[in-house]
Design a protein around this ligand. Structure first.
Ligand SMILES: Nc1ncnc2c1ncn2[C@@H]1O[C@H](COP(=O)(O)OP(=O)(O)OP(=O)(O)O)[C@@H](O)[C@H]1O
Ligand SMILES: [Mg+2]
Length: 294
């Protein structure tokens, strides 16, 4: 969670126990020729030698332009994609320290309970005929963790946590606004009682005011539930607000990583500098000048 002062930050992250350690992670995709006989001619190095730690209780941001490899990195961590090489050391509550790159599917099932994802569009892959209650309950049903009344109680409890009213349970997600849909996505992640939540562009499609509400909700939940976040976004102003530390990705590599405030104040890498320079100015006067002179 983003702390107000450096001292708070140091105190909170002082013991720096990693929950996740990504070491020399590579994810390559084959590139094939266009000819009649399909032949691999090259590889696309979507993630190239990426290393970083995520400490317990912190929010680590990954930023970078479209195509820089952020999603591929996250997908390799959670084994939605088998990494080409590298280690992903995760401290599981039940399995202890394990390398996710090597785990068998049976053990990954346990890890998939402890690491939850929140996506930009939480419903794109879901059956539109499912009610909000069914959507939130589904991960528990899939993992056979609860049923009947116990499950209903859990659903209502996480709905309350994310600011949805019990009456929303029987409704369908298409009837909700973007911000409410994201609350449903967060409830679906939280019902599993995860230790790590990975948000991939979770607020990118929302209006600025709704973005702020969801970010505040994520911060409150982090404190209440002792969560660790890996927060992927291309919007630097969002990242600046929520992240303790930021990793900057460019063409598959991490070019810079550091405490959010120092990275924003003194970016070292030329790419970080250009990313920062491209943040639109929120100053209305400057916009007026631009409009007048154009
Ligand atoms: N399944 C795949 N097969 C081949 N190439 C892929 C595949 N998935 C991703 N890539 C390539 O890997 C690179 C990184 O893509 P990725 O989606 O990880 O970027 P990103 O940083 O998440 O971008 P965005 O901000 O647009 O979400 C891109 O060049 C992309 O085309
Ligand atoms: Mg992406």
């Amino acid at each position: 969670m983003k702390r107000e002062t450096e001292a708070d930050n140091e105190m909170a992250l002082g013991n720096k126990e990693p929950l996740l350690q990504v070491k020399s992670l590579c994810a390559y995709f084959p590139i094939y020729n266009e000819g009649f006989v399909r032949k691999q001619i090259d590889v696309a190095r979507a993630v190239e030698d990426v290393s970083f730690d995520v400490f317990k209780g912190e929010t680590l941001g990954i930023v970078g332009e479209s195509g820089s490899g952020k999603t591929t990195c996250v997908r390799s961590i959670i084994r939605a994609l088998k990494p080409t090489s590298g280690k992903v050391i995760f401290e599981s509550k039940t399995l202890g320290k394990v390398d996710l790159a090597l785990l068998e599917e049976r053990q990954m099932k346990q890890v998939w309970r402890e690491i939850q994802m929140v996506f930009q569009d939480p419903f794109s892959s879901l059956n539109p005929r499912m009610t909000v209650g069914e959507i939130i309950a589904e991960p528990m049903v899939i993992h056979k963790l609860a049923a009947g009344e116990a499950l209903e109680r859990k659903v209502l409890s996480v709905m309350e946590k994310v600011g949805l009213s019990p009456g929303h349970r029987e409704r369908y997600p298409h009837a909700f606004s973007g911000g409410q849909r994201q609350r449903i996505g967060i409830a679906r992640a939280l019902i599993m009682n995860p230790s790590l939540v990975i948000a991939d562009e979770a607020v990118s499609a929302l209006d600025v005011s709704v973005q702020a509400q969801i970010i505040n909700l994520l911060q409150d939940l982090q404190e209440e539930l002792d969560l660790t976040y890996l927060f992927v976004a291309h919007d630097l102003s969002v990242v600046r607000h929520i992240c303790d530390r930021v990793a900057v990705m460019y063409q598959g590599k991490i070019v810079e990583i550091g405490e959010t405030e120092s990275l924003f104040a003194q970016p070292k890498h030329a790419y970080t500098q250009s990313l920062l320079a491209s943040i639109p100015s929120p100053d209305p006067d400057r916009r007026m000048e631009y409009l007048e002179s154009s």
